[in-house]
Design a protein around this ligand. Structure first.
Ligand code: HEM
Length: 237
């Protein structure tokens, strides 16, 4: 009999938990670090340098990010392939959310592959060829030069939107599946809170992306410590 990945209890629980810890936690920290770009290049470069100074960083990256990410993405793609969307029969909100959850997961698989090769390793021909890893002093100018290319900026904005949705709705699914919220009313409140979280994460992430193009991102510059002149990122690598 063929194995149904979506029905293997332990793997399914491991898939849910890896989405929250460490991947969800990583995303919060990542958007916080990116938001330091609102205060200018020096502030962002310092934040990246502090990360690079963490002892055992490579091991933390491998076992804390890359292995959980690989497991979460590959298992996620397998269960998405087994999914039976129900929107045509019952177009209730939750059925659409179910479809979005899987669609964003599949998009994120390709986005993250692109993103990590593009900035962490700098190996995509025709785009940035300087890895941020090992070049903390150039981190801001590497990202700023990349975001001058409109389609790249759009891909990153879609990546932030997809992650914000996927993570926030993932929190809701986790809370229901692990029996943390049981009653119908409690589930409604948790769902509303998850949607609020998705909006907040999307707002913070998108503003951080624009902070590499314009001081303080989309917010009034008076709110930031950034240099008040426009960002010039003509750096060629
Ligand atoms: C505004 C959009 C984003 C910017 C400017 C950005 C920036 C960066 C930079 C500069 C790095 C390299 C860090 C280093 O080598 O020290 C990185 C790595 C990474 N980013 Fe993003 N990122 C963005 C969106 C996202 C999103 C939406 C995700 C989804 C979860 C994500 C996940 C990752 C992962 C998994 C890594 C590899 C972490 C590591 O090697 O330690 N990023 N990002």
């Amino acid at each position: 009999m063929a194995i149904k990945f979506s029905k293997t209890f332990l793997l399914r629980k491991l898939h849910q938990i890896t989405g929250i810890v460490p991947l969800g936690m990583f995303f919060f920290v990542h958007m916080f670090t990116n938001s330091k770009a609102m205060n200018g290049a020096a502030s962002f470069d310092k934040a990246v340098k502090e990360i690079h100074d963490i002892p055992y960083l490579l091991l933390i990256e491998i076992f804390g990010i890359f292995v959980p990410l690989l497991f979460h993405s590959v298992y996620g793609v397998l269960i998405s392939a087994e999914a039976k969307p129900n929107v045509l029969n019952y177009s209730y909100g939750r059925n659409w959310f179910y479809v979005f959850q899987r669609a964003t997961g599949i998009f994120l698989f390709f986005f993250l592959l692109f993103h990590i090769l593009n900035l962490r390793f700098g190996v995509i021909p025709g785009l940035n060829m300087t890895p941020v890893a090992g070049n903390a002093d150039k981190a801001f100018s590497i990202v700023a030069a990349e975001f001058q290319i409109t389609w790249v900026l759009i891909v990153y904005i879609l990546g932030v939107l997809a992650t914000a949705w996927h993570l926030a709705y993932g929190f809701f699914l986790f809370a229901v599946d692990w029996g943390i919220v049981i009653g119908e009313k409690a589930q409604k409140v948790t769902l509303a809170a998850s949607l609020g979280l998705a909006l907040m994460l999307a707002g913070v992430g998108i503003n951080a992306a624009f902070a590499f193009v314009r001081p303080c991102g989309l917010l009034p510059q008076a709110l930031c410590e950034a240099p008040k002149k426009p960002i010039t990122s003509g750096t060629k690598f």
